[in-house]
Write a protein that binds this ligand. Sequence first.
Ligand code: LLP
Length: 430
Amino acid sequence: MPQHLSVEEGHLNIGGIDTTALAGAYGTPLYVTDLDRITGNYRRFRDCLSERYPQVQVLFAAKANGNLAVMQALAREGAGADVFSSGELDLALRAGMKPELLLFNGSSKSRSDLARAVEAGVRVSVDSLDELTQLDAAAAEAGKTAEIAFRVNPALEVPTHPKIATGLRTSKFGIPAEEISAAYAEALACEHIEPVGIHCHIGSQILEVEPFARAAGVMVDVAREVTDIGVRLRFVDVGGGLGIPYHHDTDPAPTPEEYAAAVMPVFLDGIAECGIDPAFWVEPGRWLVGDSSVLLVGVNSVKRAHRTFVNVDAGFNLLARPTMYDAYHEVIVANRAAEPADGTYTVAGPICETGDLLAQDRPLPAPRAGDLIAVLDAGAYGFSMSSQYNSRPRCAEVAVSGGRHALMRRAESLDDITATMTDPAPLWKR
Ligand code: LLP
């Protein structure tokens, strides 16, 4: 169990606070996030890189957890962000992150996204030559120069779920390394564009460090090529992707220190050869926030069938990962956390789909109606991928820090679900 989780008097605690007390105070389902864990993770990640090279900037991948309080906690630490939409850009700016520490990513940006990026003065990771032309036009219209990187497609196979490997030759992201010099030459010729960086991202939940070293190798090759044609590189952004051990006992758990030891020598040798000193940018999402949160769900009923279903009050509406990627999350009966398992149980959500299972065939002490189940490591791509499917309001999020707790997002109500809808009957036009 990670350090910020503990069992006291049979109850699961997070950040020193009893989860059963939190469930009692705020109701279930409930996301609980330990902000101190996030800032601790951030400092560790940053420090082991910046020990090797001072010009390191960590850009939090905002898609992993878009709560403003999380972004604010990271902003206070000096983090920037990888933002993937105008919404994430807005969030990062509201959180107080500096525009120069943001990178607007994405393979399908709209004209308004590009205009918004130019207006905010943030750098853009350009994903195609078509987008380059549109960004040049947007910058011309605003009378500004847009600073860009191209997203490089490094054509690397990585050990992860195929849906989240993003740097394959066949994936939708980036420009092939063979075509990248031509793309930069085109960017240099644009009147309102200044190429200042290179960017890639090879995938997510990668539990080995070697693929990151290979990607860094591709990036320094690209750095050399583009430097040769006259680009003055101010940053090299290697993306995110370091995984976390969802199976606490059996998954390999590559540390940021191991990551730094694998990647930084490749980067440092490469830039020394080119005679340049760009900043090293890295975009972790999951590693910073993944283990910081638990999703607390209440047991509605238990049904013995071909296996025993423990029916709880949230499913893939609030945590899509098990259904979407067959992902594993540890579950604990939070109010009886010290009791031994007496059988195996399948934790099923309330959504009308067979795939709505949060955990399958897990050894647990027989759950009963009224028990509290904690789904661990729910801080990354948990709430941020939630939905209102089956007209279920999204739940509240509580932050804990320094032994205290407070709401960081109120629960939606049924009225919130219908608030944006209108009856078109009186509005029909001929
Ligand atoms: N940078 C870029 C450009 C990305 O697309 C991503 C994640 C990251 C950084 C952060 O990657 P991380 O350090 O969190 O692995 N919903 C999936 C994960 C999707 C990742 C998308 N891109 C999941 O729940 O596993």
